[in-house]
Design a protein around this ligand. Sequence first.
Ligand SMILES: *Cc1c(COP(=O)(O)O)cnc(C)c1O
Length: 381
Amino acid sequence: MIPYGRQDITPADIAAVTAVLESDWLTQGPAVPRFEAALSARCGARHAVAMNSATSALHVACLALDLGPGDLLWTSPITFVASANCARYCGAEVDFVDIDPATLNMSPVALAAKLERARAAGRLPKIVVPVHFGGQSCDMRAIGALAQQYGVRVIEDAAHAIGGRYDGAPIGGGRHADITILSFHPVKIITTGEGGAALTNDPALARRMARLRSHGTTREPAEMAAAPEGLWCYEQLELGYNYRLTDLQAALGLSQLERIDAYLARRAALARRYGARLAALPLSTQRILSECASAWHLYVVCLDRHDRRRVYEGLRAAGIGANVHYIPVHLQPYYRALGFKPGDFPAAERYYRGALTLPLHARLSDAEQDRVIAALEEQLT
Ligand SMILES: *Cc1c(COP(=O)(O)O)cnc(C)c1O
């Protein structure tokens, strides 16, 4: 089976992890701040806080922005459930903003209309979480301007998008957001096994997220309630978690980050090749805006008139690991039980009915991609 995504592990990665195994530090140690410095340099953010997953980073980001019971977070229905669940961890409510059917990202037009209605109803969200679907940035100029106008905080879910660019700058630079989240799950652009990070330009948010990652504790005398009795002292200032990344993972991440440009170039070349070769088939592809360079985590097609299930099963039978991203989050049983129902977000539901993800990863060869294309042509003709 040709998988839709997979990691690339080299001898250099193995040597980097082995070196940590032979060192004094296995848990969060010197490799973590090195990885954080490399991430913030790469993404153009002042601070990076590495964590054991993007899900943890989303949770901590919401807490750092004081999301709690009675508050509201809005995200896209076409995302992984984690983008919404982070609000539920904080006891807050979730709602969704429908997608733009061309870019498949949160529609700024739908967001503007929903914000206007929410203000009239006196129920504005505290946080909006735009998701850079497939690796293409959302229209962050529009979303950032709306957030300012309505006093809403922004967390960019860039789990798909490390290395992508928007308006001539790397995603994660925080021009239109308070915090940006990255994921290092093995199917994403670079991996640490499990792992994630939160990027921000705000030193107070960075400090708070670093504290929440480690039980809410600090060793900084300046942050303590009382003058420390001695160097052994730490203080727990609030309720935090153990969301730390290990040095083993950080060393792997540092090693992977050295190859990110090659990964991005290969993904972009494969996406261009798909675009050219699929142009005559009865399907549509994600529109890429001129101000965006996608990191190409996913290559999705939307079938115009074929039965998605039949095509999916045909591809699988041919050894092609097609997938579907995503089942609209509001249609998950957990969210239906909170009151969401079919018809709530029509553009997301229409996209989902025809959506299919084709294999795309840095190690996919031209010959394998040719097999994918041939199998898809066979299904659609
Ligand atoms: C993968 C993913 C996450 C969660 O990432 P983990 O590192 O697995 O916790 C969150 N949001 C989106 C959009 C994702 O694709």
